[in-house]
Design a protein around this ligand. Structure first.
Ligand code: SAM
Length: 235
């Protein structure tokens, strides 16, 4: 998979390449990441990438030409372009899966007051990472890249993503490690029992209860199996 990032702050991505899973994916050629400086596509020595908004108001707006020329230059057959904008569809694990199956994803990072609205007519999707305002799209792009790269086949070694939160619509059950007794705070007995079926049922019950308590919005949409209903009835 190839990911291209269009940005006015290419250096912002330096630390991304040092993250263990991402650097391994890059080393093994499972993923390639291309960082493109939008300023390279702005003419003249002033690299004119922004201008004041028509109609007045504070701040600057990113101009059409440099971004659309950059997008034109990097796009490939079948590539999907995604602009990071607060007005986009809210990012989810489902989108992470969808994007991880692409051959080529192009992420476009905004800045200042955002994009000239005409730019957005040329992109395939707009994505927001939540209801808050970032200074620029770079940190949002990093959130997407981190969550996508770990789903690319072969990137995670032994780990399984299947039981992680949001994968099947539930939050993950609580996890514990050594020591079994930390200053009197003990790991649930069932996890030390060696009985795999009991452990599976306990984890399922915990995942159901945690989701019901913390994320009723997810729980309401979740279709309970007969086994799930019994686990919840027993409590
Ligand atoms: N004036 C814009 C508004 O009110 O919607 C906010 C612009 S923001 C300061 C600058 C850039 O940061 C945006 O163009 C976008 O690329 C990025 N950004 C900010 N918040 C974001 C979010 N929640 N999700 C994705 N990108 C975001």
């Amino acid at each position: 998979m190839k990911i291209t990032i269009l940005t006015i702050c290419p250096d912002a991505f330096d630390s991304l390449f040092t993250l263990p899973v991402i650097s391994r994916a890059l080393d093994q050629d499972l993923v390639s990441i291309q960082v493109v400086d939008i300023k390279e596509y702005a003419p003249g020595s002033f690299r004119h990438i922004d201008d004041s908004p028509f109609g007045g108001g504070p701040g600057m707006v990113m101009r059409c030409q440099p971004i659309l020329d950059a997008l034109d230059a990097v796009s490939t057959d079948g590539s999907l372009s995604v602009a990071l904008t607060p007005a986009g569809g809210v990012y989810s694990q489902e989108m992470a899966h969808e994007f991880s199956e692409l051959d080529h994803l192009v992420l476009i990072c905004g800045h200042y007051e955002g994009f000239d609205a005409r730019i957005l007519k040329h992109v395939d999707r707009e994505v927001s990472i939540g209801d808050y305002i970032l200074t620029g799209g770079e940190t949002a792009a990093m959130v997407l890249i981190d969550s996508i790269v770990r789903l690319v086949p072969g990137v995670l070694r032994h780990e399984s993503t299947e039981e992680e939160s949001f994968e099947d619509g539930l939050l993950e059950y609580p996890q514990y490690t050594q020591p079994a007794d930390y200053n009197g705070d003990k790991v649930p007995d069932v996890l030390l029992s060696g009985d795999h079926e009991k452990i599976r049922l306990w984890r399922r019950e915990q995942a159901l209860k945690l989701t019901r308590e913390r994320r009723p919005d997810l729980f309401d949409q979740f279709v309970l199996t007969e086994e799930d209903k019994k686990l919840l009835e027993n409590n």
